[in-house]
Design a protein around this ligand. Structure first.
Ligand code: KIV
Ligand code: NA
Length: 282
């Protein structure tokens, strides 16, 4: 079977086959990611930004994560389905974190959870792993900490911050994480992180030396690239298919055809009444 598990990802890592991960937040997006054969589908809390229109991920709740992860669950058969533990649902205690992770497993049926943080989150990670749940770490740029950091900014660009990223990755690994997302650090620092841990490091905006890559669905598909939209995709996110402009054109064409009474043509007016029935109406 093609079913991905923590164990098959481990084998893939040992065979040095890059791990592919893409975000999805609902049934159709998750189906597309699954059909494309990605190893991991991530219901990221980026959904707060690319789906709900918030400026950060801070507003995302457990209810949002369960709602969206449940929809993705109905689509994903073979990929590993991972959900983010949202801001505010794991920082106050290891018990709070374990309760949130357990809810994502029980109520959304995901295969594993991901949470942000390094040294300071080792306790909650090991508590969740102890409860029987696979945890993916997330270090480097940690978007949920935007209040403290002031902006979404790359990190590890000084020796001091690079050492902190490496310490964070080690702490997350030692706490029992099966894999670690590494966001927005220089490629040479990413290589040091990869060498510092013996679990797959999945990069985003961190160069080619990672054991896998992840991108946000809307960014890689140019979906929020409309000129009226303030924030374009981040500069590290290649647009693999510029779907956004196709959507704009399609909807504009539809509106024009309706206004010009060209849609629906006979082809799209399929329901017929017989002459006999119609005559009874006269
Ligand atoms: O929320 C998200 O989409 C993520 C990925 C960018 C790793 O955490
Ligand atoms: Na996230």
């Amino acid at each position: 079977s093609n079913k991905k598990t923590i164990q098959t990802l481990r084998a893939q890592y040992e065979a040095r086959i890059p791990i592919t991960m893409v975000t999805a937040y609902d049934y159709p997006t998750a189906l597309h990611v699954e059909w494309a054969g990605a190893d991991v589908v991530l219901v990221g809390d980026s959904l707060g930004m690319v789906v709900l229109g918030h400026r950060t991920t801070q507003a995302v709740t457990m209810e949002h994560m369960i709602h969206h992860s449940s929809a993705a669950r109905r689509a994903v058969k073979n990929a590993l389905l991972v959900a983010d533990v949202p801001f505010g649902s794991y920082e106050t205690s290891s018990v709070a974190g374990a309760e949130s992770a357990i809810r994502l497993i029980k109520e959304a049926g995901v295969d594993a959870v991901k949470l942000e943080g390094g040294v300071t989150r080792a306790g909650v990670i090991s508590r969740i792993v102890d409860s029987g749940i696979a945890v993916m770490g997330h270090v480097g740029l940690m978007p949920q900490a935007v209040s403290r950091e002031g902006a979404f900014r790359a990190t590890g660009r000084t020796a001091e911050t690079a050492i902190n990223v490496i310490k964070d990755a080690r702490a997350v690994r030692d706490a029992g994480a099966f894999s670690i997302v590494l966001e927005c650090v220089p490629e040479r620092v990413a290589a040091l992180v990869r060498d510092a841990v013996d679990v797959p490091v999945i990069g985003i905006g961190s160069g080619a030396s990672c054991d896998g890559q992840v991108l946000v669905y809307h960014d890689m598909l140019g979906i929020l690239s409309h000129p009226q939209h303030a924030k374009a995709a981040p500069k590290f996110s290649k647009v693999f298919g510029n779907v956004g402009p196709l959507i704009d054109v399609a909807i504009r064409d539809y509106c024009r055809e309706v206004k010009e009474r060209r849609f629906p043509s006979a082809q799209y007016s399929p329901y017929k009444i017989s002459n006999e029935e119609y005559e009874k109406l006269q």
